[in-house]
Design a protein around this ligand. Structure first.
Ligand SMILES: [Zn+2]
Length: 400
């Protein structure tokens, strides 16, 4: 007898090639069966999905901020997680060595969403902004001790290529972060784009060669200094080299680092992003980024196929965090992390952080989330009308 049976959804899982209408049975937190027809009598609980429901592996947000209460920006993990169609959130360095204990002691035990944190090289993480304000902001020994103590929980070390950190440390800042990551044997995630717009934009050319296979570059579509395009709008050669090396490129929208114009130039040159995370924060959720499903909407609007979009928020982020044996695919025997989505047809406008608009005709909306076999219904959504983006074509809104 199964615990849960999802009936009648259209499965989209490019990682396994699974597609079309399939029933999925769940038992003891694991995927027990995937077949065109599973009899309802075989399950204690049966959910008949509305026709057209899209069933994907549980969505993974590779860059968000969920250190709620320890930073001003952190959302409750479930608000960006299971109540938003997302089963796993990678916290991109909200905590440093001085604050990291908050995750295992207070945040992780109190939520349903799986959290995989990066440890910020700044010892106070993002509890204050700017993060690094003096040489004392980095304590390498304390970082190594914390990373060792929480090894297995911490996915990697996070560094932010911003001012004033770069003015204080120069390239020594990412070097220290890389050293910590290598000594512990974990990943390095680097934020590019100087939101203060003060630092040398060519810093990217010195940064990229420091990254190794499996490291993550986040804010790939940033328009701030330090992005991947040169003064002529061409990708710097080091970006191609990093891609060949096996570095993951994540777009991480957030409040300040996502531009459709930059994104289109990158896409036109053919070096596509691997992951499309939110960089969700409290203000970002209300103002600019809204949700993981809206990131999917943006990338459908940019011309990516549904298969590509699903890959960029399931199998690819699972690989980027080294969890692809457990997360990111719908396979019998795997942890039952499943997202049920709806793709609504209509007219909407989405905006980047610079206010540039993009008209979209499809909007992705969360319907159900299954985390380790447990069922969650998404909340109302980040906007007064729910999950869909701003209604109507852009020109109707231009006046206001
Ligand atoms: Zn971030």
């Amino acid at each position: 007898m199964y615990d849960l049976l999802l009936k009648g959804g259209t499965v989209v899982d490019p990682s396994t090639g699974l597609s079309g209408v399939q029933d999925i049975a769940v038992e003891q937190g694991k995927i027990a069966r995937i077949e065109a027809q599973v009899a309802p009598q075989e399950s204690r609980r049966v959910i008949e999905l509305p026709p057209g429901s899209v069933v994907t592996p549980g969505l993974i947000d590779l860059h968000a901020h969920v250190f709620e209460g320890f930073t001003r920006l952190g959302v409750h993990p479930d608000q960006g997680g299971v109540y938003a169609g997302v089963t796993t959130i990678v916290d991109a360095g909200s905590a440093g060595s001085a604050t990291f204990g908050g995750f295992p002691n207070y945040i992780i035990p109190q939520c349903h969403t799986e959290i995989i944190p990066f440890l910020h090289i700044c010892q106070t993480g993002l509890s204050t902004i700017p993060d690094i304000i003096a040489e004392g902001s980095i304590d390498l020994d304390a970082t190594l001790r914390a990373a060792n103590r929480y090894k297995g929980l911490i996915c990697g070390i996070k560094a932010r290529m911003v001012s004033p950190a770069l003015e204080i440390f120069g390239m020594e800042m990412p070097r220290l972060a890389r050293r910590a990551a290598r000594e512990i044997g974990i990943k390095l995630m680097v934020h590019i784009g100087d939101t203060e717009k003060r630092y040398d934009p060519t810093v990217i050319r010195r940064l990229l060669p420091m990254l190794e296979s499996g490291d993550i570059l986040t804010h790939y579509f940033t328009a701030n200094p330090g992005g991947v395009l040169d003064g002529n709008g061409r990708l710097v050669p080091e970006a191609w080299e990093a891609a060949r090396t096996g570095v993951w490129f994540d777009t991480a929208h957030g409040q300040g680092n996502f531009s459709f114009d930059i994104g289109r130039r990158i896409i036109d040159q053919g070096l596509l992003p691997h992951c499309i995370s939110t960089d969700l924060t409290i203000p970002g959720r209300l103002r600019t980024v809204h949700s993981m499903t809206e990131m999917m909407t943006r990338f459908l609007g940019l011309g990516f196929s549904l298969q590509q979009v699903v890959t960029m928020c399931t199998a690819n982020p699972a690989k980027a965090i080294g969890a692809e044996a457990r997360l990111g695919s719908l396979i019998v025997g795997r942890q039952a992390d499943i997202s049920v989505l709806k793709i609504v047809e209509g007219e909407w406008t989405v905006y980047d952080v610079l206010g540039a608009s993009l008209s979209v005709q499809q909007a992705v909306v969360p319907v159900l989330t299954i985390k380790r076999g447990e069922l969650f219904r998404p909340e109302w959504g980040p906007r007064p009308w729910g999950w869909e983006p701003d209604p109507g074509p852009a020109h109707f809104r231009a006046c206001c």
